[in-house]
Design a protein around this ligand. Structure first.
Ligand code: FDA
Length: 394
């Protein structure tokens, strides 16, 4: 009896950032690829990323910009496919780009250019793009993976799972990568919404009334510290600094916010010497948006002129404003999370190839893996780098 013949050399499941990159590379290497997605169009998250301009990488990327149960895991793939490699690809396709703050690189035009580039990197005669159909019943017979797609059966010796994480389900995001991982004996680190707005309890209602106000802060959760803008929302806190610390925040813990990161430590005592008849609220309003200054002073509840307050009290107020404790009661969840932290445990994967150690034909790449980047182009760089690591090993 003959063994069943494979329909393809490799099946890539998920035509998002990582799947498109991996399929293109594999096709260019001469492999026959099936690239499958249940969505009607590829790369939906790329299209809405970076406010429609796709923050496609960061000027400086290292494993320190990611969190994972194994902080060393990402080093290998990131070291072998660097931001400069992706920039070279973008430039080869004539896509103009610019650098914003903190090394973040964006398209001048639109994120659509990145999706079109990735599609054009997939050789038509090698990569079969199969969109708009759910996949069910994945099996491995010892040699080939078999995958039912509607009435058709696909089979290949290699299967790459690039279905991302469950954040933003309305875009078609699912936890399929975790189900497949568990089916084939890999553990999954508990997935959590990350880069997500935090919600505040009713006791902090005063701050929720500041909805729409933004200011530069240093936000801290545990050992993670980010100096960027924070934004008050009608549910709590958002803005880049808060999204960054949300990935490190644990339920029940407080986050600390320094509202005056640029001010000298004795700024209020200096204000007392310069403007003794001013109030705390006025001194704060010189450095912060008026409504925020008013809300903070109301919480501090220190009426009277600065001249009437002992330096010791002013120094206490300075300290409180430099480390204001918020006690979030939750996050806005997967519906609003830019990424999912946790995912397929790296203990089960080769950091060089992203292949499952005990079943080398099965690969996991991109956001489905327990490697989560900071805000700022890092998550795409992980998608590209892990995809290339897998493609090179196919
Ligand atoms: P990705 O989510 O891109 O792709 C997964 C694919 O699998 C999708 O096409 C999906 O339809 C498909 N799929 C899922 N379940 C399936 C199933 N059951 N069957 C078949 N197919 C299935 N990052 C960054 O670095 N810079 C940025 O500017 C932004 N901006 C940004 C904005 C917003 C609003 C979001 C939500 C996210 C970002 N990100 C980002 C994060 C970034 O988009 C994300 O980390 C990468 O897209 C992850 O790439 P993957 O290929 O792993 O998953």
């Amino acid at each position: 009896m003959h063994a069943p013949r494979p329909s393809h050399d490799v099946i890539v499941l998920g035509a998002g950032a990582a799947g498109l990159m991996c399929a293109g590379r594999a096709g260019q290497a001469g492999l026959q690829v099936a690239l499958i997605d249940h969505a009607e169009a590829p790369g939906k998250k790329i299209l809405i990323s970076g406010g429609g301009r796709c923050n496609f990488t960061n000027r400086s990327v290292s494993a320190a910009n990611f969190h994972s149960a194994n902080p060393h895991f990402a080093k290998s793939a990131l070291g072998r496919y660097r931001p400069a490699d992706f920039i070279a690809l973008i430039e080869r396709h004539g896509i103009a780009w610019h650098e914003k703050t903190l090394g973040q690189l964006f398209c001048d035009g639109s994120a659509r250019q990145v999706v079109d580039m990735l599609l054009s990197e997939c050789p038509a005669e090698k990569v079969e793009l199969l969109l708009g159909h759910a996949v069910s019943d994945i099996r491995h017979d010892g040699a080939l993976f078999h995958l039912a797609r509607d009435s058709a059966m696909l089979s290949a010796p290699a299967l790459v799972i690039a279905t991302g994480g469950p954040s933003i389900p309305k875009l078609g995001a699912t936890g399929l990568a975790y189900d497949i991982a568990r089916q084939f004996g890999c553990k999954v680190v508990v997935p959590r919404p990350a880069l997500v707005p935090l919600t505040l309890p009713p006791a902090d209602l005063l701050f929720r009334e500041l909805s729409g106000i933004a200011t530069e802060v240093i936000a801290t959760a545990g050992k993670a510290r980010f100096r960027e803008a924070a934004l008050f929302t009608h549910k709590g806190l958002s803005g880049p600094a808060i999204l960054q610390v949300s990935s490190y925040w644990k339920p029940g813990e407080a986050i600390a916010v320094d509202f005056l990161p640029g001010a000298p430590p004795d700024w209020l005592r200096q204000a007392k010497r310069e403007h003794p008849r001013a109030q705390v609220k006025t001194a704060l309003a010189a450095r912060l948006p008026d409504r925020l200054a008013a809300a903070l002073s109301e919480k501090i509840d220190q009426p009277g002129n600065l001249a009437d307050m002992p330096d010791k009290r002013l120094s206490q107020i300075e300290s409180r404003l430099a480390s204001w404790a918020f006690h979030p009661n939750g996050t806005e969840g997967f519906a609003k999370a830019e990424v999912t932290s946790g995912g397929v445990s790296t203990d089960f994967l080769s950091s060089k190839s992203m292949a499952t150690k005990h079943l080398p034909g099965l690969y996991f790449i991109g956001e489905g893996v327990d490697v989560t980047g900071w805000l700022g182009g890092y998550n795409f760089q992980w998608a590209w780098a892990s995809a290339v690591a897998a493609a090179n090993a196919l």
